[in-house]
Design a protein around this ligand. Sequence first.
Ligand SMILES: CC(C)=CCC/C(C)=C/CC/C(C)=C/COP(=O)(O)O
Length: 261
Amino acid sequence: DGLSGDGARSRAMGAGARQVSGAPAHSDATRTSPSCQLLCNVHQTGQSWHSQPPLEDCMRLNPSFAGIALRSLLAVDLWASKRLGVCAAEGSAWGGARPLMKVVEVSGHGLPWLLGTAYGLCQSDSAATREVLLNLLFALLLDLVLVAVVKGLVKRRRPTHNKMDMFVTISVDKYSFPSGHATRAALVCRFVLHHLVLAVPLRVLVVLWALIVGISRVMLGRHNVTDVLFGLFLGYALYSVVEYCWLSPLSAPALFALWSS
Ligand SMILES: CC(C)=CCC/C(C)=C/CC/C(C)=C/COP(=O)(O)O
């Protein structure tokens, strides 16, 4: 259905429109929606609905260009995501590649990244390494919180063809917008490219990894294309926030004193 609430609204609109054209359609939607109730009254009394249609009803019956564009984008998104979900099940077109895609999934999961960074932090004996790892940990936690908040607000369901057999999830992970793997991949990619001195082939590999993590989300049927595109954008933008709030022994002396002790 796309973003939650939209489907219900458009169904209510559809039911209302059918009533204006004369077809008796006393569905739950027409009974519960005040605007459809208005249209119902107009139909029953024969009163011209040009008399005084509330602004809200005008807006519902004459969706804006932006509204139509958004609905069309969501329709294309659902269609394309279903077509591209070629590893969504063992029996899918590329079902044989599903185990490999699940390895890619784990490589972008929050748990190995958080545990790995915390472990590196405990093991590091150089102040410079500790500073970078502490900021990476901060970035990963910020990313988890941001994605959880957006998922909780938008409440977009995962595609119907997704098998819910994901490696360790938290409650908001029943929702799909944005893709947490995509935000993390873009964030980590930018972070690593800025803070690690790597040879060009390795830098290319890091970018490829981030893209493959994003693409694998759609191929596994976990996400729609727009979840991943927005996730990549969010992760990319989040890195700028992390740079802006960069934690250093000067800006957060207490935190660094904690780690060095
Ligand atoms: C410390 C703490 C709260 C760790 C939680 C780590 C964890 C379970 C992260 C969830 C990662 C995950 C399954 C994200 C969902 O990714 P999508 O790409 O499917 O949105």
